[in-house]
Write a protein that binds this ligand. Structure first.
Ligand code: PAF
Length: 287
């Protein structure tokens, strides 16, 4: 496995792979079993698997955890080598955003995602999805993969990437990986590392509320607002600071109609200082 830190070395490493099917798995590192499942998915589709590891400052807002975000490059590379990855691209901030050196990140060209990105996580993290769309666009240009793998755990991000590829005509197939969960139901996330032992025990409540909504929908309830409100209230009374619990159309992320047969339930909430997100898709077949 080759590890490169700059764009010139990346291009040189990719040159001999011309004509092969290349899959990119973009990550911010501190890799867990969920990331490795995405790598396996990439491996099953491609001849060459490239993993990027880059904690992207553009997608963090003021007061967010950019500095504290866990950086574990050596351990990550060890895991990726064992997983059969061919190439790791782990650039510095200056390599990705040379203007940041003297003019600051605000001088960067930004890719502005469509308006649906301004709701849900976008409403609570202004600029986040523009930061994601910008770095992913750069990675697509640099690696030029035939396919790229993203986890469904970041469901709204996945929809932003689909829009990016469709609207900017990237010849890239997006492959969505299922969310990996702990036995408790907690979605795997690099940010779970911030949780105390007690919070780790409590954290599956977020997924539990999404499952409760799914049960209600399966039982025929269609009072979406009431279902969202009840999940929020329960989480708040358990000590969570809730950003949102939302029931949406799984393709457009708009409010679902009462005759819908497919939904995605999404939630974001803080336990102590740790913000967790999760989602659950549900579809019923018509009688
Ligand atoms: O999902 C992530 O880890 C990041 O948002 C991504 C896609 C690697 C872009 O920085």
């Amino acid at each position: 496995m080759q590890i490169v830190h700059d764009i010139r070395a990346l291009r040189a490493a990719l040159d001999p792979q011309c004509g092969k099917r290349v899959a990119l798995v973009p990550t911010m590192g501190h890799l867990h079993a969920g990331h490795l499942a995405l790598v396996q998915l990439a491996r099953s589709h491609a001849d060459v698997v490239v993993v990027s590891i880059f904690v992207n400052p553009l997608q963090f807002g003021l007061g967010e955890d950019f500095s504290a975000y866990p950086r574990t490059l050596l351990e990550d590379c060890d895991k990726l080598q064992k997983a059969g990855v061919d190439l790791v691209f782990a650039p510095t901030v200056i390599e990705m955003y040379p203007e940041a050196d003297d003019q600051g990140l605000h001088q960067s060209v930004l890719i502005q995602p469509p308006a649906f990105a301004d709701q849900l996580c976008g409403a609570h993290r202004p600029g986040h999805f523009a930061g994601v769309a910008t770095v992913v666009t750069k990675l697509f240009h640099l690696v030029r993969p035939q396919m790229a793998v993203f986890g469904k755990k970041d469901y709204q991000q996945l929809m932003v990437i689909h829009a990016l590829v469709r609207q900017l005509n990237f010849p890239i197939e997006i492959i969505a990986g299922e969310t990996s969960r702990e036995a408790s139901g907690l979605a795997m996330s690099s940010r779970n590392a911030y949780l105390t032992e007690a919070q780790t025990t409590q954290a599956p409540q977020l997924y539990g509320q999404l499952q409760r909504i799914a049960q209600a929908l399966l039982a025929g309830e269609r009072g979406y607002l009431a279902l969202e409100h009840s999940a929020c209230t329960q989480l708040q009374s358990d000590g969570w600071q809730v950003d949102y619990v939302a029931i949406r159309n799984p393709v457009t992320l708009t409010l679902p109609r009462t005759d819908s047969t497919a939904w995605v339930m999404l939630a974001a909430a803080k336990l102590g200082n740790t913000r967790l997100i999760d989602n659950l898709e549900l579809a019923v077949s018509l009688p």
